[in-house]
Design a protein around this ligand. Structure first.
Ligand code: KIV
Ligand code: ZN
Length: 547
């Protein structure tokens, strides 16, 4: 199998023996219902994607909301080192202009234009003829090439390509290439394709276009085939793959970055050295961060990043593994950032020891962040017998949540008795003023949440309504830290488009962790209200308008 370089008339192309890794966690991934991130959280994920050395970070959809515009702009400003920053735009007046404005500050801007081309989308969604869609596509590609200049990457997606009439689809791709597109993306928008068929489609586009544009694929996972389709596409000539961390994305998600990248790595004979650029040892850290910030847990048997991906349970497997790991492992845990533990952290450990340990776990921390983590780790070592890797990772995660803090906790107390009745009280500072609340509930957590409601309602005029509440022990043992996730909406914001915010709490005291999580969610909701941010800001956008 040979892979030649792609050298389009415009943009940067792709060197021989390379596949461009285009990460869309912050755009398509964030479209997963309830996965919304604040601008600062998006920036945190973008930094981890930069450590992972992806080629392109699709940072968002600037015309969806002022918040998304701002997030894309901040990521575009900060991202360096040859990593491109992409923004999505419909072929519709206003969108491309806004996207170009947001990515114009990037070292390597990458504009991603799309329009639906399948009859079902044209008839029912866009109410356009094929001809009209083709004209709009060409018009906006020409406009964008003019606005961006020769060197910027200009990508065009034919939404629902895999259900588009074949010869019309090829005509669209040819026309937009002539108009200035440098990358042609083939989305399997509803995850309908199967690998052999999708590979043929990619091959046909490749044959029609030659090396005049880089061919990209964007596969959804509705039939569980997103990774398989993506790999079939690479073998048929695609040189950009659009993927997300943990396979996050609309409905059943997108092709997962870790699966695609590790498949390219693990089977070099099938894909000669195609994913050379990715720092795979950063995969685990990226996966944990995205799972934590979005509140989307990773299933234990998830390929590459699931808790069981490198665990061996049965005697036969353990025996074989101990004799030679290659018997049951096709890649090493170290290659995805799961380094075996060699340093342990206790009360007498120093800052450097902690920094080294965190480096082993895939986190580079220094300065103020290291000081904060060090104080937390030492306090934890006082509270529990053994500080495990999981404890340290949970502390790192906790420090990454971006929390506006106009509601802060001074203290709390609870009295609880058998039969479940509890009375809780809290003292808070809300917008600079002290406020207290007391309430009864059917358990300690319920009573304290109600006490918070009572304390904040006179100021904010709503209370948080829990939509999800989860407790998990970070490690084993009765002194384990409890990690709590609380998802809430405002009582004044109802219906399917209500803004939902995620809060986390971490403590060896599960009641304190719950209170912390509830207050983080309340603070985010309050901050969003002050800044006029609606569900659209954080990716919980109305489906009809969006890819
Ligand atoms: O799934 C899809 O079609 C998309 C496009 C915008 C690429 O997300
Ligand atoms: Zn998509």
């Amino acid at each position: 199998m040979t892979f030649e370089a792609i050298t389009p008339r415009f943009g940067s192309g792709v060197a021989e023996g390379r596949v461009r890794i285009f990460d869309t966690t912050l755009r398509d991934g964030e479209q997963a219902p309830g996965a919304g991130l604040t601008a600062a959280e998006k920036l945190e994920v973008a930094r981890q994607l930069a450590r992972l050395k992806v080629d392109v970070i699709e940072a968002g959809f600037p015309s969806a909301s002022p918040g998304d515009f701002e997030a894309v702009r901040r990521i575009a400003l900060e991202t360096k080192g040859g990593i491109a920053v992409a923004a999505l735009a419909r072929c519709r007046d206003g969108d491309p202009q806004r996207a170009v404005e947001a990515i114009g500050v990037a070292e390597r801007p990458h504009l991603h234009l799309f329009i639906a081309t399948s009859d079902i989308h044209l008839k029912h969604k866009l109410r356009m003829s094929r001809d009209e869609a083709l004209k709009e596509a060409v018009r906006w590609v020409k406009w964008a090439r003019e606005a961006l200049g020769r060197d910027a990457e200009l990508e065009f997606s034919a939404e629902d390509a895999s259900r588009t009439e074949h010869s019309f689809l090829l005509d669209v791709y040819e026309a937009v290439t002539e108009a200035g597109a440098s990358t042609l993306n083939i989305p399997d928008t509803v995850g309908y394709a199967i690998p052999s068929e999708f590979g043929r489609l990619v091959g046909d586009v490749r044959q029609r276009i030659g090396t005049a544009a880089t061919i990209s694929v964007h596969c959804h996972n509705d039939l569980g085939l997103a990774t398989a389709n993506t790999l079939a596409a690479v073998q048929a000539g695609a040189r950009q793959v659009e993927v997300t961390i943990n396979g996050l994305g609309e409905r059943a998600g997108n092709a997962s970055l870790e699966e695609v990248v590790m498949a390219l790595r693990t089977r070099p004979a099938q894909f000669p050295d195609l994913a050379a650029g990715v720092a795979t040892e950063q995969i685990t850290a990226a996966s944990r961060l995205v799972s934590y910030l979005t509140g989307f847990a990773i299933q234990p048997n998830k390929a590459i990043v699931g808790a069981n991906a490198f665990a061996h349970e049965s005697g036969i497997h353990q025996d074989g593994y101990l004799k030679n790991p290659l018997t049951y492992e096709i890649m090493t845990p170290q290659s995805v950032g799961l380094a075996g533990s060699t340093l342990s952290i206790g009360k007498l450990s120093g800052r450097r020891g902690l920094q080294g340990k965190l480096r082993e776990l895939g986190h580079e921390v220094e300065g103020e962040q290291l000081d904060v983590l060090y104080r937390a780790a030492i306090a934890l070592a006082d509270a529990k017998k053994e500080v495990t890797d999981a404890d340290l990772l949970a502390l790192v995660d906790q420090g990454k949540t971006d929390v506006p803090s106009s509601i802060t906790l001074l203290n709390w107390s609870i009295s609880s008795s058998s039969g479940g009745h509890s009375t809780g009280s809290v003292s808070l500072v809300v917008d600079g003023e002290p406020h207290a609340g007391e309430a009864t509930g059917n358990g300690p957590v319920n009573a304290l949440f109600k006490a918070v409601d009572e304390a904040i309602r006179p100021i904010v005029h709503w209370n948080p309504v829990l939509t999800e509440y989860e407790i998990k022990a970070v490690s084993a043992g009765e002194d384990a830290q409890g990690q709590v996730l609380a998802r809430c909406r405002r009582s004044s914001d109802e219906g399917p488009s209500a803004l939902i915010m995620t809060g986390h709490g971490l403590s060896t005291n599960i009641i304190e962790a719950s209170l912390e999580a509830y207050l983080v969610a309340a603070n985010k909701l309050h901050g969003a209200e002050i800044n006029g941010i609606t569900a659209a800001f954080v990716g919980q956008r109305s489906g009809a308008e969006l890819p």
